[in-house]
Design a protein around this ligand. Structure first.
Ligand code: MG
Length: 203
C-alpha cells in the first residue's frame, strides 16, 4: 500500500506556512514503512530538532481506480480515520530553500501515525466533520472538513489522473492551521466529532 498526502488543503494552514493557497491539489507520498499503528509509541528521531504535528482526516481506498471521475469518487472509499503527518520542519525548510524534494522531512519511518477507522456513513455529512488534536490534554489543532480547499472526491479525481489508487491505500487529506512542535514525553490524542480515534506517546 501507499500513503498519499495532500499539502496546503486548508487556506489558514497555507497562510501560517507563508505558502500560496493552491489552485489545484498538492500531493506527495510516504512509503508503508511510515505507518505507526496500534498506539505504538513514536520515537523522536535524531535528525530533527523541530518535529511538527499535522492532524489530518484520512480516507482508505477500497477499490482499484485510475482516472476516477469526481462524481464517482465516493465509491472508492468507505472508511475514514485520523492520522498525523509528522514533519521535520527544519529539514523541510532546508529542502524548500534548495528546491529539493521533501521526502526526508516527511516520509521517514513512523511519520504517519494512524488510528482507528469507521464507516463514512457513521460520520454523516462528510463536508462537516470536526476534528481535533490534543497534546497532554490541551487543544492544539481544531479543524473541520467544511474548510477543505479540495474535497475528498476532488482529491481522488485529481490524484488518480497521475497515480493508480489501490485497495488499502491511505489518503491524508491535509492539516488545518495550528501546526507546531512536539517534544519527548508528549501524549497526543486525536478526536473526530469528540470521539477518540488516535492516541500515542512521543518517547
Ligand atoms: Mg500534512
Amino acid at each position: 500500500m501507499k500513503i498519499i498526502c495532500i499539502g496546503r488543503n486548508y487556506a489558514e494552514h497555507a497562510k501560517e506556512m507563508k505558502s500560496e493557497v493552491p489552485t489545484e491539489p498538492v500531493f506527495f507520498m510516504k512509503p508503508d514503512t511510515a505507518l505507526l499503528k496500534d498506539s505504538e509509541p513514536f520515537y523522536y528521531p535524531d535528525f530533527t530538532k523541530d518535529l511538527h504535528h499535522e492532524i489530518e482526516i484520512v480516507i482508505k481506498i477500497n477499490k482499484v481506480g485510475k482516472h476516477i471521475d469526481e462524481q464517482f469518487a465516493h465509491k472508492y472509499y468507505d472508511e475514514i480515520g485520523l492520522g498525523i503527518d509528522f514533519t521535520a520542519r527544519d529539514l523541510q525548510a532546508q529542502c524548500k530553500a534548495k528546491g529539493l524534494p521533501w521526502e526526508k522531512a516527511k516520509a521517514f519511518d513512523a511519520s504517519a501515525p494512524i488510528g482507528k477507522f469507521v464507516s463514512k456513513s457513521s460520520l454523516g455529512n462528510l463536508d462537516d466533520i470536526s476534528f481535533e488534536l490534543k497534546i497532554n490534554g490541551e487543544s492544539r489543532q481544531v479543524g473541520n472538513t467544511k474548510d477543505l480547499l479540495f474535497s475528498f472526491d476532488k482529491v481522488i479525481a485529481y490524484v488518480s489522473k497521475f497515480v493508480t489508487l489501490k485497495v488499502g491505500d491511505l489518503i491524508y487529506t491535509g492539516t488545518p492551521e495550528g501546526v507546531g512542535p512536539v517534544a519527548i514525553g508528549d501524549k497526543l490524542q486525536g478526536y473526530i466529532k469528540g470521539d477518540l480515534f488516535l492516541e500515542f506517546e512521543v518517547k
